[in-house]
Design a protein around this ligand. Sequence first.
Ligand SMILES: [Zn+2]
Length: 174
Amino acid sequence: MCLRHLKLGERKTINESSRQFEIMKEHRAPWECTYAKEDKTECKPGKKPKSDQEYFEIFCLCILQAGLNWGTVRKNWQRYRKGFYNFNIHKLARVQSKELMKQPNVVRNFKKIKDIVYDAKEFQKIKNEYGSFSNFLKSLKEMNDKEVSRFLMKRFKHFGEYTAHYYLHCVGYR
Ligand SMILES: [Zn+2]
């Protein structure tokens, strides 16, 4: 048996067990979440954001990390903040998606970029309609969990059922 292979095999086992540990331990959403399929019983709801701006940044985090390696997205978050104008709602609502795509610090996914620009405009409309995003969420309190997720899926783009459900958890809605 080749010693080199044995060592590689051993290392893999150690990595897997530490990853297992990382997934299982108690943590708070969304910044401490490591993996889409983590054990959700260990995942405490996120703190309620203090401003529309903060609601929107977490919203973008949920969209940007969907389908990607969460750890990589987190590692690049400061870079993304730069590329996406600090996730400033008003700036993103005004920008042309094609111009944004040319920035060096954004994800190379035109659909996600276009949808984030669309959603920034929705956030602006919500502010006009309800005064704040927090008020908007409060207005949905009569609905059950599934209905709220479906309502958000209709209002926003790139916002599937899993993302909607996870987002509500991240902003401490439930
Ligand atoms: Zn989590």
